[in-house]
Design a protein. Structure first.
Length: 161
């Protein structure tokens, strides 16, 4: 968890402190990750860990959502009764028998070859599509269907079946 958290903190710290060198940013990200995990383990609350970061760093809502979802769910429901919904960043290195992939416009551009550039988003698509050991279900958002049309989406997936 610490490595995932530090990896997500690095771009935030780079943006907030553009004059700092890469090594310093990595060290500070790793330090913050450790402190945030410690705070979360002591209080059991994601928001407490995020408050530690928010006190010192400016953070937008999108990145806040990504970072807070790296922490384990604090729900008292038994593990076997849960359906986990996690970000791609959270699931790196994990696998499951059944997985649900929610296709958004940013990822659809890579899946349907509108964008062929190799970058972090394309890597995230690969991670998302390779987590399932047995069964992968896809939920395609209405906005994706509106942009790419149902026919184009179906034709694209026919090539994989």
């Amino acid at each position: 968890m610490r490595e995932n958290l530090a990896e997500e903190l690095e771009p935030l710290l780079s943006e907030n402190h553009p004059t700092k060198d890469t090594l310093t940013v990595k060290k500070v990200a790793y330090y913050y990750a450790g402190k945030m995990i410690e705070k979360y383990r002591n209080t059991g609350k994601k928001k407490d860990a995020m408050a530690l970061l928010s006190k010192c760093e400016k953070i937008d809502s999108r990145r806040y959502g990504i970072i807070i979802n790296i922490f384990e769910d604090e729900s008292p429901i038994k593990q076997e009764d849960k359906i986990f919904v996690k970000s791609i960043d959270y699931i790196k290195g994990m696998e499951g028998e059944k997985c649900l992939f929610i296709l958004t416009n940013d990822l659809a551009a890579y899946l349907f070859d509108d964008n062929t550039e190799m970058n972090k988003t394309k890597n995230k698509l690969y991670v998302a599509l390779t987590r399932s050991l047995n069964e992968l279900s896809m939920y395609i958002l209405k906005e994706v269907e509106n942009k790419y049309t149902k026919k184009r989406i179906q034709d694209s997936f026919e090539g994989y079946l």
